[in-house]
Ligand binder design. Sequence first.
Ligand code: NDP
Length: 312
Amino acid sequence: MEKEQVKCLIIGSGPAGYTAAIYAGRANLSPVIYAGLQPGGQLTTTTDVENFPGYPQGIGGPELMEDLRKQAERFGADIRYGVATKADLSKQPYTITIDDEKEIEAQTLIIATGATAKYLGLDDEKKYAGMGVSACATCDGFFYRKKTVAVVGGGDTACEEAIYLAGLASKVYLIVRKPYLRASKVMQERVMNNEKIEVLFEHNAVGLYGEDGVEGVHLVKRMGEADERRYDLPVDGFFLAIGHKPNSDIFKPYLDTDETGYILTEPGTPRTKLPGVFAAGDVADPHYRQAITAAASGCMAAIEVERYLQSL
Ligand code: NDP
């Protein structure tokens, strides 16, 4: 198998990966970055990004990522297409296999592989992607001011998103498949006490409808074992909040992760338990999951790499 040695390997091309590449490039570390399955990351699936500082009029998600890519390239980042399919972090240099056909031996490694929002798996979620379907209320809620939206899920994220959206929308339906919420008591109370939120227990979304975007959701309400009622609920936006999956599978045998798979780092830093291995962005962040926080941790990871290499 083809082998190559690199000083600083970055895996993932979202805001964390590109920001790490910008800093590592400017520090003359000749970073090599593998873009992964979705070059540009989650932001390439959103339309307007209005909360990234520096863009008073907002900017398109794909456009923002394109700018970050160019900025990283300007400082010498070697950006490549390819997916990390295997990792051996049992010894240094660390070996990462790309597309099962090439091995990179890395002196330092920044894992910025992100997290993937879970979807229900309906064909309509793809059909209406960016046209009323979203997995991020903080990103897209603003577009639903004074409108009606539905949020799917019964955990803390779903409650948080429903409450956030209730501050903008005129009506929020929370679609919960069980007869109870899984969220913490305090979140449940907030949802129940919010007059704009209506919880639809024992409901499942089975499809969406609309001409040029989401106009409503097809629902099934279970009334008992063999009894169910099907009806359509008009909504302008359909938000998924059924959890995220951090893209950490290949690293799990070597690093500490929480029960969901988020990589655990030293609090307030991107340092993992292995020297020279850092985790930045959503793969290590179950709490904030924002482009700006991912970018910030990418910056921290690159500075850590620089200091680590100087200390050798
Ligand atoms: P959770 O796994 O806690 O909850 C997922 C929710 O989605 C559950 O209600 C689940 O239903 C539902 N769900 C999953 N799959 C489907 C499906 N196919 N159809 C319909 N519903 C589905 O994920 P969260 O993202 O809410 O939270 C993750 C972790 O982060 C938790 O530990 C949470 O406490 C924490 N968190 C904390 C916050 C805070 O403290 N402010 C904010 C956000 C998250 P069911 O219950 O039936 O399985």
